[in-house]
Ligand binder design. Structure first.
Ligand SMILES: NC(=O)c1ccc[n+]([C@@H]2O[C@H](COP(=O)([O-])OP(=O)(O)OC[C@H]3O[C@@H](n4cnc5c(N)ncnc54)[C@H](O)[C@@H]3O)[C@@H](O)[C@H]2O)c1
Length: 281
């Protein structure tokens, strides 16, 4: 059972979490529910959100799973209609859908390490990079367009985006993802100003390195042993370890807290054991 680092009161509020069936999104859904919010778990397929909904209901919370593709306006509009019919309002939007596209990954850190027969920067299919940019940037902007409109001047209206360490500087091998998340951080700041006098705060969380399924192949060999890349990550993290996904909950609760952060907007909060501020020397 999940333990919250601290409690905030979101009773009666409605939270929408895109990518709510994912590792981090699912955890955020459970945490927000424990604070009293009603949760719309959005994912590409409704059935993927069922385990999250069942966990929430088993603990006495209210949740619904709805199919919605963050790149498809119609499906997001339909999801909004369902949520408004059921609960009448939306207070919180967490834009958690996103991630790196495996086929856009470049297999070597530097061209000098290129091995004949593998892919490299010159052979990267730009279509895959475009998909990565689209998923992370448009997949944050479009739900903000659709759900943000009915959040204007709502009680405790908050939008939380998910950035990455790649936003502070490019991570090797994943230039498309790094650029996309830099754009997510930039959009967070843009939107914070845009909505500031319309009662919506907009902030982001930038997770450091966590052991989740999405990044598993980059960080661990098929036999479960760490790759050289994961050793570099640990060496570049002042706290010398990967984070536990649960370490992100405190940042989320702080940012959506009506009392704790009411004058905070446009912030990208790193939760990374110090990775973003350490250059290695
Ligand atoms: N795991 C990490 O270490 C880490 C680090 C930094 C940032 N992040 C970011 O955190 C977020 C969540 O990542 P995660 O690790 O929980 O990964 P995850 O793969 O478990 O979750 C991502 C979710 O997004 C959903 N999704 C993908 N495309 C979608 C679309 N078009 N429409 C709707 N939903 C879609 C997936 O189905 C999945 O449920 C992502 O934005 C990711 O980039 C993760």
């Amino acid at each position: 059972m999940m333990q919250l680092p601290f409690q905030i009161d979101l009773s009666g509020q409605v939270a929408v979490v895109t990518g709510g069936s994912g590792i981090i999104g699912g955890m955020f859904c459970r945490a927000l529910s424990k604070c009293g919010a009603k949760i719309a778990v959005l994912g590409r397929k409704a059935e993927n959100g069922r385990p999250v909904v069942e966990d929430i209901q088993a603990e006495g919370g209210e949740a619904v799973t709805i199919a919605a593709n963050v790149l498809d306006r119609e499906s997001l509009e339909a999801a909004k209609q369902k949520i408004l019919e059921k609960w009448g309002k939306i207070n919180i939007l967490v834009n958690c859908a996103g991630g790196a596209v495996k086929s856009a990954e470049i297999p070597q850190d530097q061209l000098a390490d290129y091995e004949e027969g593998t892919l490299n920067f010159f052979t990267t299919d730009m279509e895959n990079v475009r998909r990565e940019l689209d998923l992370n940037l448009s997949g944050t902007m479009l739900p903000t367009q659709i759900f943000g409109e009915c959040m204007i001047n709502q009680e405790n209206a908050n939008i939380i985006n998910i950035s990455s360490m790649g936003a502070y500087g490019p991570l090797t091998r994943i230039p498309g993802y790094s650029g996309a998340k830099a754009a997510v951080s930039n959009f967070t700041e843009w939107a914070a100003n845009y909505f500031a006098r319309s009662g919506i705060r907009v902030n982001a969380i930038a997770p450091g390195f966590f052991q989740t399924t999405q990044n598993h192949n980059l960080h661990f060999n098929p036999d479960g042993t760490p790759t050289p890349r994961s050793q570099k990550i640990i060496d570049s993290t002042p706290m010398r370890k990967y984070g536990e996904p649960e370490d992100l909950i405190g940042a989320l609760l702080f940012l959506v807290s009506p009392k704790g952060s009411s004058f905070v907007t446009g912030v990208v909060l790193p939760v990374d054991g110090g990775f973003h501020c350490y250059l290695g020397v």
